[in-house]
Each structure stands twice: as C-alpha cells, then as structure tokens.
Ligand binder design. Sequence first.
Ligand code: T5A
Length: 230
Amino acid sequence: MQKTLQRGRLITLEGIEGAGKSTQVEHLAGLLRECGITLVTTREPGGSPIAERLRSLLLDPLNTGMSGIAELLLMFAARAEHLERTIRPALDAGHWVICDRFTDATYAYQGGGRGVDPERIAILEALVQGSLRPDLTFVFDLPPELGLARARHRAESADRFEQETIQFFASVRAVYLERAQACPSRYRVIDASASLADVAEQVCRLTRCFIDLTWNAHCDQTNRASSPCA
Ligand code: T5A
C-alpha cells in the first residue's frame, strides 16, 4: 500500500570519494519502496538541468586554481536550483527524497578541505535553504586511502576533487565525523570499510528504525495505526 505523509522526508548520503554512497542509493530506494513510500533519488552537485551544468564546471579537472569562495558560491548556486526544481516540489508532494550529498559536503569539502570559515557557509545555508535541513543523514566513513583506491579503480580519470591529497580527504572526513558527533539525532555513521553486504545491512537496519520513528510520530498526530514496514 502506498504511504504518503503531508511533507516528505529528506535523506542524505555523505562521505569521502569511494565511500559507497552511490552504490547504496538504489539499495535504500528499494527498501523505501518496499515500505510503500514514494520517492525521488537525486544528487549534488546536480539534480536539475542548470545544477548539472554547474556540476560539470565544478568537477572539470581543467578548471585548476578555482578559489575556495568561487567553489563555495557555485555549490550553493547549484543547490538553490536543485532545491527549487527538484527537492522542494517532491517534499511538498509528500514524496521522500534521497540525495547523494548535500550541504554537509560543503562543510566538509569547502570548510574542512579548502579552509573556508564555516560561519560563511552557515550564512549561505540560511540564505539558500531557509529552515530546510535533512531529516536523516548517513555518513559513510572509511579511511581516505581505501576510498580513493575504490574510486580510482572504478573511474577512468580523476575529477577535480579526486586529484586532491590524502591530507585533504583526511580533513574532509574529520569534519563529517565532528558534525555527526555534534548531532546524533540526525546522523548515522556507517562503517563503509566493511563488505558491500555488510554496509547494505547497516543501512537497512538504521533506515527501518527511522521509518518506524517517522511513522509512529505521524500516527500519534493523526491517530492512525502501524508502521508501513511493520
Ligand atoms: N562536493 C559536493 C563538494 O566539494 N561540496 C559540495 O557541497 C558537494 C555537494 C562530487 C564531488 O563534489 C564534491 C565532493 C565530490 O568530490 P561525485 O562524483 O558525485 O563528485 O563524487 P562521489 O559522490 O564521491 O562519488 P564516488 O563515486 O567517488 O563515491 P561513492 O558514490 O561514495 O562510491 P560508489 O558507490 O560509486 O563506489 C565506488 C566504488 O567502490 C565500490 C563500488 O562498486 C564502486 O566500484 N564499492 C565497494 N567495494 C567494496 N566494498 C564496499 N563496501 C563498496 N562500496 C562501494
């Protein structure tokens, strides 16, 4: 049976390159669909026509020497488009949205990696998103050496970010973990160094708990019964 809440939920997947986020998006989508939840899968940077064009600019390895602030503004320009065209309409229609990276990536890469002051990021976050924040964020955590080895094994050539140093990705990882530790109600840290099956099992277990919590809260408000995954 199809289940619709008045407002959908935003689930984001985060982590360094090669952490396994894209691999788990389809798994997660399948799990939600089994529970009767209608959803949209998308990604950042990208997820709408103009945002995808900005993605090409951001990832192009030929664009060497882009300033940290220019990169930050392009990320939020893409996000503004993505929110307007894809994410907000879906949430307003009661669909859930699974997004491969979102604003945590900006804090981690532009903040941790490039050294942009997080207060500047927070100003743009408020401007572009208003009060919208993800309802659930998975952080796929693994050592940068392992993530980069996976990413390089899969891709023929490295994009602009994949050319960064291990130290860069160690800083990115540290920011993700700090953010997760600061707000455990929203974040779930996944051991992404485990096997594919094991990672999928972690995602499945934590998602089922989240669906139950969401559905119980909804039922308490509307006096209706039982989780869609019960
Ligand atoms: N960025 C993005 C910013 O700087 N700021 C921002 O605000 C935002 C939104 C996007 C880049 O933009 C930056 C961050 C990024 O550098 P992208 O191509 O979308 O670029 O980058 P990623 O999302 O990192 O894509 P990757 O494909 O590199 O990483 P994934 O999605 O985490 O990894 P995935 O699933 O593609 O897996 C990689 C390989 O590993 C294998 C897979 O089969 C695949 O071959 N794999 C596993 N192998 C063994 N065990 C497991 N558990 C495995 N899981 C996956």
